[in-house]
Ligand binder design. Structure first.
Ligand code: PEP
Ligand code: MG
Length: 580
């Protein structure tokens, strides 16, 4: 143990809590070779062995696919299964495979070098993007690359942690297969240097209910192997070598959390409603082609993010590919409404399959619907696929990043055009498909009364709305104090949107993170929300929170919050509310 590490004993390290809970255990600091491999190198083989080398590469691909299929079958949860399925798809990407094949055949690069080089190019492309969904795909790419390299080196692609006691895992970052193969019996907490609330590590930690903190800079260096550590993934703190009083306190936090989870789980299969029986529609947000939630737990798919379709390939998905995915989601939703959000990408959220011009201020650039209006061929393909799927179930269309009524008119015109084309070709579709907008840009929020006249429904994206209302980048941890989702300005705006839509008898849902926060959900109900859509993992907590208050109490709480002057005061009022 070096002196530098010794200095850290007894001190508190802070990071971002990404999966709630608390635990005291010894630290297991993991080396992460997959992420540290040098790349790309240029090892070449002798002429004449091209075919042999290419075949060796394809055998490795075959084995990796088999391993991933096997892991998907044995996955402990649907989320894990989806990750392995997504990784398997990377190994079916023809362009990626043929670029590696070409490097082997034409440049006589060793398969390992060719894999490193081509994967590095893909990773570099993805790394430039700040969208958390795309960032998560980088982890998949790294994971698949590591698997292939391990196989090429004569082993299995899977890396298993040999653990004998309960530990807090400390790593620079965790790859999806690390997470999926986690030794659940021994890993009681996770600390990572990298990753945010939407990283794979965070999503899986939450789904496995393992307390986790991300963003502790230099954690693998600062936390000595085997040291006793107390992790509080509610406050986002780690104490090294806690004393007995601290240990007892952390044990208590975890006990309380587990008791609360047990209690919340009782609400999971019940419909969402307040204590006095006022129904709250409970939707789920999904970012893949799978609905992984039992039907009794949710009322509708409130947000089908379609970006994943465009991330998996180097060319935009075809109409047929999209149609198949939408059809599958509708089938799994089994008669429930599916709200399909058209492609929400652009600016900084670039995609490998789309060559987009660089913009100085990409958050204020060609994003979401604006991009689709500028690239009608992409929009038309998606609209045609969605409209065809609308003949098979209750599908509605949701346009993201709308800023004005003109954009709504243009979007509707493109939908009409797509309908005309489909009709001429003899395809079926729902001619009365409902069309709605995301409310996440202040200019449309402020004219919610006018917008409500033009659309069938709306969905409030509180994540972006807070970003644009407060002019603070939602991805920048340094902007934390300025990015205010519960500011007086947000609350006033939200109330205004709910009342504008209620006056016109048009439904409005909230699909941003605020809807999945138990306290946020009660506040939203009080402000006028009657439909909330969230990550499925949030359903139990939100249903339980709503069931503890009457609608009148929620309205009173919202009324009090609306009179407060700062976000700090509002959060204080929420935390102090007797039902939480
Ligand atoms: C939002 O902005 O609140 C939202 C739901 O959209 P996304 O997080 O996908 O931008
Ligand atoms: Mg948004």
């Amino acid at each position: 143990m070096d002196q530098k590490k010794k200095k850290e004993h007894g001190i508190v390290l802070t990071g971002m809590p990404v999966s709630p809970g608390a635990v005291v255990a010894r630290a297991y600091v993991q080396d992460n070779p997959g992420l540290q491999w040098q790349e790309p190198d240029q090892a070449r083989f002798d002429p004449g062995r091209e075919g042999e080398m290419r075949d060796a590469f394809y055998r490795a691909v075959f084995q990796a696919r088999e391993e991933l299929a096997c892991l998907a079958r044995g996955a402990g949860s649907e989320v894990q299964g989806e990750i392995f399925a997504a990784q398997r798809e990377i190994l079916e990407d023809e362009e990626l495979l043929s670029r590696i094949g070409q490097a082997i055949l034409e440049e006589r690069l060793e398969p390992e070098s060719a894999i490193r080089r081509v994967f590095a190019a893909y990773e570099a492309l993805f790394c430039k993007m700040t969208d958390p969904l795309i960032a998560a795909r980088v982890a998949d790419l790294q994971d698949v690359k590591r698997r292939l390299l391990c196989i090429c080196q004569g082993g299995e692609g899977q890396r298993i942690l040999p653990l004998k006691e309960e530990v807090i895992l400390v790593a620079r970052d965790l790859l999806p297969s690390d997470m999926a193969c986690l030794d659940r019996a021994h890993i009681k907490g996770i600390i990572t240097e990298m990753g945010g609330t939407n990283s794979h590590t965070a999503i899986l930690a939450r789904s496995l209910q393992i307390p986790a903190i991300s963003g502790i800079q230099g954690a693998t260096r600062r936390i000595p192997q085997g040291i006793l550590a107390a992790l509080d993934a509610v406050a986002g703190e780690v104490i090294l070598e806690p004393d007995e009083v601290q240990q007892a306190r952390y044990g208590k936090i975890q006990e309380q959390l587990l008791a609360r989870r047990r209690e919340e789980a009782r609400y999971l299969s019940r419909p969402g409603s307040t204590r006095d029986g006022k129904v709250m529609g409970m939707g789920i947000n999904i970012g893949s082609g799978e609905v992984s939630v039992p039907g009794e737990q949710y009322d509708f798919v409130g947000l089908l993010r379609t970006e994943f379709l465009y991330m998996e390939h180097t060319a935009p998905p075809t109409e047929e590919e999209q149609y198949e995915v939408y059809r599958k989601v509708l089938r799994q939703a089994n008669g429930k409404t599916v709200t399909l959000r058209t492609l929400d990408i652009g600016g900084d959220k670039a995609l490998p399959c789309l060559a987009l011009p660089r913009e100085e201020n990409s958050f204020l650039g060609s994003r979401g619907l604006r991009l689709c209006l500028a690239r009608p061929e992409i929009f038309q393909t998606q609209l045609r696929a969605a409209l065809r799927a609308s003949a098979l179930g209750d599908l509605e269309l949701l346009f993201p990043m709308v800023g004005s009524l003109e954009e709504i008119f243009q979007a509707r015109a493109w939908v009409r055009k797509a309908m005309e084309g489909l009709a001429a070709e003899g395809f079926s579709y729902n001619p009365h498909i409902r069309m709605g907008i995301m409310i996440e840009v202040p200019s449309i929020a402020l004219v919610a009364d006018l917008a409500a006249e033009e659309v069938d429904f709306a969905s409030i994206g509180t994540n972006d709305l807070a970003q644009y209302v407060s002019a603070a980048d939602r991805m920048n941890p340094g902007m934390g104090p300025y990015y205010q989702g519960y500011s007086p300005a947000m609350l006033r705006l939200l109330e205004r949107i709910f009342s504008a839509f209620a006056a016109r008898h048009k439904p409005v849902c909230v699909c941003g993170e605020m809807a999945g926060d138990p306290q946020g959900s009660v506040l939203l109900a009080g402000l006028g929300a009657r439909k909330l859509s969230m990550d499925p993992a949030s359903l139990a907590g939100v249903k339980a929170a709503l069931a503890k208050v009457s609608l009148e109490e929620a309205k009173n709480l919202a009324g009090r919050c609306l009179c407060l002057r700062t976000q700090e005061e509002i959060l204080g009022e929420l935390v102090g509310h007797e039902s939480f």
